[in-house]
Every structure is written in C-alpha cells, then in structure tokens.
Design a protein around this ligand. Structure first.
Ligand code: FAD
Ligand code: MLT
Ligand code: ZN
Length: 436
C-alpha cells in the first residue's frame, strides 16, 4: 500500500517514521494517541481520490485531519490500522465571486486565511474561534464549528453554500456550482456539515460571505451571577456581536499566566460583550472596563480566549462542551457544581466559561481521578434532564459517542448508520468517530 501511496504523492508526502508522524498522531488535548500506518499529505483533490481508492483496496481506515484542533478526539485514530490524511496542503483554490459574494476555498486553508480573504474583498466570514490560525476551513465545516460570533451570525452550517466531498471509493461529489437556486433533491452539502470525517473527505467548500459587522465597542462587565449576564446581554439587543462569560478566579489564572492586570474579585463572574452600534452606557455598572482601541480590545479578549490554553497545562482534566436553554444556565451550572463536588472535584478546580447567549458553557473539571467517567456520566445526565445538547459545538468525535443514545432515538441512530453505510459501504471513514 505504501508504495502505491508514494507513487501517487511522492515520498515527501507519505510520512511513516514515528518522528515525522508525531505531531499528527496526538490530538490537541493530549487525551487521544494514534498509531497510523502512515500520514499522507495530498496537495490536490485528484490525489485524495487516489488515496481513498488505495485505502479502499487495502481496506485501511482513513482518519481525515485538518488543523488537529479537535477537542473530542475526532482528528486522530487509535491503536487500530489507519491512515491519517492531512488536508493542510489542499490549497488549490481561494476565490471570491463578486456576483454572489461567495468564496470558494480548498479545505486546507485556515479559518484565519478565509477571514482575511473576505476582509480583503470588503466582506466578512463571520465564524470566529480562538483556534482560527490552526483550524482549517474544511475542519470547521466537518465539525459545524461555532465560536464567538454565533449569537449574531449562527453556526458554520448557516454559511455553507456547497461542498466538494470525495467518498471512500473515490467518487467526487461536486456541489461548488454558483447556481442561486437548485432544488433538485436533498442537499448533500448540508449532510457533510458536521459529518466529522465519516461521510468522505471535504476537499473544498463554497461559503456565503456577509456584509461586515464591526465591533464599535467591547466591554468587560462585572456580574454577580449568570442571570445578570443574560439580562444585560438581552438588554443590549440587536447590536450584540458577542457575549462570553468567565469566572473571576479563572480569568485571574489567565491574567497571572499571561501578564494581564488582575480583575476585581468583588464579583464572581465577568461578561465580555461587543456591539456594533452606540455604547449602551446606561446598562454598564461603574466597574465595567470599556475598550475602544484595537489593542485594548485584544487585551480584554485574552481573559476569555486563553482559558483553553491555561486549562491545557493541567492534568486529569474532564472537558465537556455542552449547551442548554439560556434561561436554564444558572440552575444547570449549580447542579454541575454539586455533582463535581460529590465526585471529589474541589470548587477551585471547576472552570465554567463560554458563549452564554448560545446557552453553551465549556466545562473543565480537574482532579476527578478514577471518578472521571462517573462524573462525566453525571454531567451528561444533568444536561439531558435540562433538555440540552451533549455537544454544543465541538462535535462528538471519539469522546462522546457513548452519550448519543441519551439524545437520539434508536430510529435516528439507525438512520445515522444507514446514511454512513450508503456514503461509505467499506466503513473505512473515521470508523471510531460518532459511534455509539
Ligand atoms: P481537525 O481537528 O483536524 O478535525 C476535526 C474533525 O473534522 C475530525 O473528525 C476530522 O476527521 C474532521 N475533518 C477535518 N477536516 C476534514 C475534511 N476536510 N473533510 C472531512 N472531515 C474533516 N470549536 C468551536 O466550534 N468553537 C470554538 O469556539 C472553538 N474554540 C477552540 C479553541 C481552541 C484553543 C481549540 C484548540 C479548539 C477550539 N475549537 C472550537 C475546536 C476546533 O477548533 C474546531 O472543532 C475546528 O472546527 C476543528 O478544525 P480542524 O481543521 O482543526 O479539524
Ligand atoms: C472556546 O470557546 O474557547 C472553545 O470552544 C475551546 C474550549 O472549549 O476549550
Ligand atoms: Zn467554544
């Protein structure tokens, strides 16, 4: 198989030594280790066709990897035979169609490069997340990524016009055409969004760009609790571009690690909000920190965006990305705190931060030790009782498949598997992801 892959890609893009494969073989959290037969790095869609045909011929599993920033073990394999197909070198196309303000882009470009291309055309691609410099646009489509602008612009799915996806037998499905209207059957492109590498390899996407909505002001507001954060965010109204919450304690852990000024500990929470119209001064308490200059804005965002980085330096971290109805958040967090305490987690080892007006809180609980699985199960039970989502924006990956039956009916799970079987009869595409 390796000789066939080398004859298609050349030696340089078929990595087989442990040293060469190391950075591809461990996921971002360090929780998932992969032992691939090889890492291959196609530069064209045609090479992806050849790779998939070879993998099918030898019946070897394929794990598609973009920026390898998955937080649920979706971008690496395990100790079973597999190829990692890195899409980072898929950079054949990056063009804006002025007639439709749509961008056609190869999967390997980063989210930051796509945002920059849109800006250069006086437009905006309004999906944004802290991993923007590493996450690939193909990966954000495959995970239906969310991020910090969902409250104003929705998830990735909203902005995807079409994809080019290559199936495990090498069949190319190209829905990159510019037709404004095409109602000839169900939309395969929308199925590909959130498919996490299980239906095929997305080699290019066509995205709808937007008229730019630029933040006119950014404010970091002390709030006693999440109810106050929600009330202020709602009162800001239509101009709201972002609404993020952090605990003072964890924001100050970020501050200490990154040389930022400490935030007052007189409040338990801080709300980071942005708007694109007039600063609503009447809504902002005295201790609010308002930023108007880009450097000040960047500094305020560090308190929020560096949480993932700071938490990643701890060991024994249980990370859960979940969502509930916004108004249920305060009660939900209180119940998770109780469960974490019952499972041996100290209150100072509990991190709750995230996209408050999406109902999406990122939970990191440190020190559960052998109770980790029981604690994870307990949190998911609280999520399900609240009618929430076991995964808000990071996807299911290898981490959360066991919880799918809590939120999907047996019939839905059968349909999932039937669709997967139809796209990938050989069952080689990311076989351990999205599995119950
Ligand atoms: P990878 O991690 O390489 O892969 C992710 C999944 O997509 C895997 O299942 C993989 O098989 C599949 N995949 C990747 N590329 C393709 C392709 N071309 N075709 C088919 N399948 C493919 N996520 C959010 O939603 N919101 C956030 O705010 C957010 N913030 C983050 C902050 C940090 C610091 C980090 C490390 C991660 C964050 N993430 C966030 C998670 C992650 O960045 C997203 O899930 C992102 O979309 C993954 O993109 P990637 O290119 O790194 O994909
Ligand atoms: C974020 O919003 O910072 C991310 O989703 C990352 C995380 O959950 O750690
Ligand atoms: Zn997030």
């Amino acid at each position: 198989m390796l000789n066939k892959l080398r004859s298609v890609l050349g030696d340089a893009d078929v990595l087989t030594s442990q040293a060469q494969m190391a950075s591809y073989s461990t996921d971002w959290t360090g929780e998932f280790q992969s032992h691939p037969v090889a890492v291959v790095r196609p530069r064209t869609a045609e090479q992806v066709v050849d790779i998939l045909r070879i993998a099918s011929e030898f019946d070897v599993a394929v794990v598609t990897q973009g920026g390898n920033t998955s937080l649920v073990g979706g971008s690496v394999g395990g100790d079973w035979p597999h190829l990692i197909v890195s899409t980072r070198q898929l950079r054949e196309v990056l063009t804006v169609d002025p007639a439709t303000n749509q961008l056609t882009v190869s999967a390997g470009y980063t989210l930051a490069e796509v945002q920059e291309c849109a800006r250069a055309h006086g437009l905006e691609y309004p999906i944004d997340l802290a991993a923007r410099d590493s996450a690939t646009i193909g990966g954000t489509v495959a995970t239906n990524a969310g991020g910090i602008r969902v409250v104003a612009h929705g998830m990735t799915r909203v902005h995807v016009v079409g994809v080019e996806i290559i199936l495990s037998d090498g069949e190319v499905i190209d829905h990159l055409h510019p037709l404004v209207k095409d109602n000839s059957g169900p939309d395969i492109s929308k199925l590909a969004v959130g498919s996490e590498g299980t239906l095929g390899i997305i080699t290019a996407v066509r995205l709808q760009l937007s008229r730019p909505r630029t933040a006119a002001w950014t404010a970091l507001i002390p709030v006693a609790n999440l109810d106050v954060a929600i009330d202020i965010s709602r009162a800001i109204g239509q101009q709201l571009l972002a609404a993020e919450v952090v605990l003072t304690r964890t924001a100050n852990e970020v501050a200490a690690a990154h040389g930022l000024p400490m935030l007052s500990a007189e409040t338990r929470w801080w709300l980071l909000v942005e708007g694109d119209a007039e600063l609503p001064s009447s809504l902002l308490p005295d201790a609010t920190i308002v930023a108007l200059q880009p450097s000040d804005v960047e500094r305020l965002w560090k308190y929020r965006e560096l949480h993932t980085n700071v938490i990643s330096h701890h060991r024994d971290v249980l990370k859960l990305d979940v969502s509930v109805d916004v108004d249920q958040l305060p009660t939900f967090i209180a119940r998770v705190e109780e469960a974490a305490t019952r499972h041996g987690v100290h209150e100072d080892a509990m991190y709750f931060f995230g996209h408050v007006m999406d109902g999406n809180i990122h939970i990191s609980l440190i020190g559960a030790g052998i109770q980790r699985r029981a604690l994870s199960d307990a949190v998911m039970d609280i999520v399900v009782e609240a009618g929430g989502a076991i995964s808000a924006e990071h996807g299911v990956g290898q981490l959360k498949g066991k919880y799918l039956p809590l939120v999907r009916t047996g019939r839905e799970l059968t349909l999932f598997n039937d669709v997967r079987q139809a796209f990938d009869p050989a069952g080689i595409m990311n076989p351990h992801v999205l599995q119950q």
